[in-house]
Write a protein that binds this ligand. Sequence first.
Ligand code: F6R
Length: 608
Amino acid sequence: MCGIVGYIGYEQAAPFLLGGLEKLEYRGYDSAGICLNDGEKLVVKKSKGKLEELKKLTNNGNDIIGTVGIGHTRWATHGEPSDVNAHPHLSDSCRFAVVHNGIIENYLQLKDMLTAKGVKFRSMTDTEVIAQLIEYYYKGDLVDTVIKVLSKLDGSYALGVISIEDPDEIIAVRKESPLIIGLGENENYIASDVPAILSKTRSIYRLENNEIAILRRDGVKIINTDKDEVTKQVETINWDIDAAEKGGYEHFMFKEIMEQPKAIRDTITPRIKNGRIVLDEIKLTAEQVKSFNKINILACGSAYHVGVVAKYIFEKVLRKPVETDLASEFRYRDPIVDEHTLTIVISQSGETADTKEAMKEAQRRGSHVISIVNVVGSAIASESDDVIYTWAGPEIAVATTKAYSTQLAVIYLMAIYFGDMLGTITPDEYRNYVSELESVPDKITKILEEEEHVQYLASKLFNSRDVFFIGRNIDYALSLEGSLKLKEISYIHSEAYAAGELKHGTISLIEKGTLVIALATHEELIGKIVSNIKEVQARGANVLCLACENHQELKDVAQSTIFIPHSCDMMLPSLAVIPLQLFAYYVASLKGCDIDKPRNLAKSVTVE
Ligand code: F6R
């Protein structure tokens, strides 16, 4: 969600802060600001809107001097997006400045307490109470003061603090919201995520909950809230800065679509040894796996759609009942989950608030949690019982593509691995599944090579007002993702329907020219989906059908077709999703939409 960046060194801080914030734009924001210590006072510049506004305001950072500073991109939670609500926030006397990611749940009580003591507030934000509390409790030692203030806060936070009193340090701390420390030569940095500091360093610390980092020019000290020093491993980032930038494509989303064969290969190859699936990350014994009487899958958005695909696969391959739940619903009902339930949590960011809380609810009820996560060291990864990382690399476009695909790949790995453990698949099926899985990246490459056909179809259909995605069985699960992809980036109204449900209501919406995208990859139900295609065509629908290449006869059924290579049923969603991503991308591009940063959306939804 919000993005934090900070610098302490000997160079001018502002250009680095602005550059770092630019690299965090993918997190979603509505305003931005920076604060520097100019040697005499704390100077704050902030602006509603895109970073361009802040750059103009500061002459690209050249009008604001100082070698210690903090910056922030804000996504509004408390108080509307505005200049005054943008971070950094200053204390009453302007001696302390704070940037914050997260939510302070008890800020109103704290604000009332401070207001009663005569403290004047400028903004509507929860964050400002932190700056004011620091000033209120300050008695000459910033670290002691921050520790005292933390004891007053309920909620989640990643914080960066600078002050005129202790001009040669930045204090950084986190609880539930991510924060990393970058280690340089005579300079150090803080950031919400790696891309912000990659131009400077590859050596980082990842702060854990309640760890406090004290950054000076010549070093970084990490302590806990009892002021004991914490020894941490330096992590070396081994992906290239290019991986976090567009790499020659017009949009991150397109680049990430193209990266999918590699991302899937990176995710599966280290886990297939001599034809056998090795999931060392899962510490469960075969006895434990057998003892589960149910699988519970929790996630949000596209990750939830992976969970819906997984339900079809696991029930077929493992013969265990599977319930896939929206994390935001699960956490507020009274779910029937206990130590006999295996929970699988899926999240690209590993920081999605609803998913994290749903996971904790499942754990409270005794369930063993395996998470499937892309961001190493994120909250969900750290707090789940076992974690299987998807090696998709950083995903910058708000609309997920390669993370979705790698999550599916992990689902296949788990299905084969557990199927073998439970004895629900034969050795022949095992071999066949593994070899099909290994062939998925090459088949995707083939589909990507034919992307011009999808571009052509998008050019014919991008003016559609409503689009209905229909499918049966696993094709229905996939239609959920196809529909979300289209609507979130192109702003075209679209819905996904189980094709058999059409006649129970939705078919009344079909009129002359309505676009229906029919997914017809599931071999067993081709006849049924053909009947559904005919039903909507009879009401005037224009049908685009996505099918496997061995069903060329569908050319005579639908107005347009897209064919994908054949594969085993279980893995077809990995192939079929590619044209759907490309279709959404080209439609959005033809409509001139802000593809990488669709309106109102954030990459990482760290608040409820
Ligand atoms: C859609 C999209 C979102 C995310 C959802 C969960 O393209 O990206 O629907 O899938 O917000 O995010 P993570 O996977 O980070 O938990």
